[in-house]
Design a protein around this ligand. Structure first.
Ligand code: ATP
Ligand code: MG
Length: 420
């Protein structure tokens, strides 16, 4: 062990657990690719102003959680705390919204950074897969994204992810609701910081985690009672589409999300096996964000799923596959001639799409067999002087222990056949 440790609130992804993380990312990505979402990758840092504006000055993320620093050149940059602002910035910069058909459908997968109080499921460096559909206002698009997230969780074997659904209204009805909520909140017994929040971002007060605050919110006005006709019809259609697709949801009138730019559909995926860090993913519609960043009107919807918490949820449900085999075939040469032969064999196996490995650095037979077992391989190839004299190698099934000779020129086809 060296004297260095990973920074507080971060952890390394190392085998064997790293395979599960990779798989979660891949299943999420594969699920949205099926719906035509294409990969986008943006820098890990951006101009600080992008997040201040795009995430919102009144949010916890901007107020408390950003990693902001001044570069050697005197610019203020921030490690990305989330993906949406960067993706939209990239789309506007490349004029993607003008180049082709709308919506532009994009997905991303990567690291995000927030200066948080580290605890289980809450880290300073974490990983998200996100999907965004930019440039269309259509309830089917909101439903599509929600269904895709549900399908991704299902594909990972999760059964207990719950969907919470709400709408935040739009520029027509939200201000009326906001004012009514402010009136209600101002009459409550709240601390200084929360009072300030009432004026800046009153919807966020609904999201307050403290029991003494929640107790006072039971009779708070609900957005559903203030929706304009368009927003109500839109929300009803999203709900209908989800139901038709067999997606269960719970209406949560207090679900507001931390970000200022959300309009209409808003949703969160929660898992009850995770303690207080129960949100495994979330998203919603952000029709106003593009204009906020100086772009054209570009109504959009998206989500971000937390990879780390999804892995924890899989662990909680007992569906996390541990000890994923490293390779299918492991070669154990007993002399130099076999070593040369097997080097060629494993090269060829890999070229044919079969994962294979061998020992390096001159381990003895015992060490080599141990390495074969540890690799999780289904088959070991073993050969020594006597085998090679007969032009065969031994093919050993590592689960059953069964072993049989295979002619040297039949090694590849035999293994391909057994693995198929
Ligand atoms: P929370 O209320 O738990 O702070 P959030 O609303 O800040 O979550 P989002 O910004 O919506 O989270 O991010 C989407 C998902 O990313 C979350 O649902 C969660 O799974 C994950 N996530 C967010 N922050 C962290 C973190 N610090 N560590 C690990 N995962 C995180
Ligand atoms: Mg947060």
């Amino acid at each position: 062990m060296s004297t260095f440790r990973a920074p507080k609130g971060t952890f390394d992804l190392i085998p064997p657990d790293s395979a599960a993380f990779l798989r979660v990312r891949e299943v999420m990505a594969q699920t949205v690719r099926l719906a035509g979402y294409q990969y986008v990758e943006t820098p890990a840092f951006e101009d600080t102003t992008l997040f201040k504006r795009g995430v919102g000055e009144s949010t916890d993320i901007v107020n408390k959680e950003m990693y902001t620093f001044t570069t050697q050149g005197g610019d203020s940059v921030t490690l990305r705390p989330e993906g949406t602002a960067s993706v939209l910035r990239a789309v506007l910069q490349a004029n993607l919204e003008k180049a082709g058909q709308l919506p532009v459908k994009l997905y991303y997968s990567g690291s995000y950074y927030r200066y948080e109080r580290p605890q289980k499921g809450r880290y300073r460096h974490f990983s998200q897969v996100g999907a965004e559909a930019l440039g269309a206002q259509d309830p089917q698009l909101d439903a599509e994204l929600i269904i895709l997230a549900v399908d991704a969780y299902r594909a990972l074997g999760l059964k207990n992810v719950r969907l919470l659904l709400n709408t935040l209204g739009d520029a027509t009805c939200r201000p009326v609701y906001r004012a009514a909520l402010q009136d209600y909140l101002r009459a409550l017994d709240l601390d200084e910081a929360t009072r300030a929040r009432i004026e800046l971002n009153p919807l966020r007060v609904l999201d307050d985690k403290r029991a003494e605050v929640q107790a006072q919110l039971t009779d708070a006005p609900r957005i559903v009672d203030y929706l304009c006709e368009d927003c109500k019809a839109y929300h009803d259609e999203v709900r209908g589409l989800l139901t038709a697709a067999g997606v269960a949801f719970t209406d949560d009138p207090k679900l507001v999300r931390g970000l200022d730019y959300y309009t209409r559909t808003t949703f969160e995926f929660v898992h009850d096996g995770l303690g207080s860090q129960s949100a495994v993913g979330g998203g919603g519609r952000y029709d106003g964000l593009s204009e906020l960043l100086g772009g054209p009107s570009l109504p959009s919807v998206g989500w971000a799923l937390g990879v780390d918490r999804t892995v924890l949820a899989m662990e909680a449900e007992g569906v996390l596959e541990r000890d994923v085999p490293r390779v299918d075939v492991f070669a154990v040469p007993l002399n130099d001639e076999a070593r040369t032969l097997f080097f060629g064999v494993i090269t060829e196996l890999r070229r044919r799409g079969v994962s294979a490995d061998t020992v390096f650095g001159g381990r003895g037979l015992k060490g080599a067999m141990k390495a074969a077992d540890r690799s999780g391989a289904r088959y070991a190839l073993v050969a020594g002087e006597r085998d090679l004299a007969e032009n065969v190698v031994q093919l050993k099934d590592l689960a059953s222990g069964e072993q049989s000779p295979v002619a040297v020129d039949q090694i590849i086809p035999t293994i391909k056949e057994k693995l198929s």
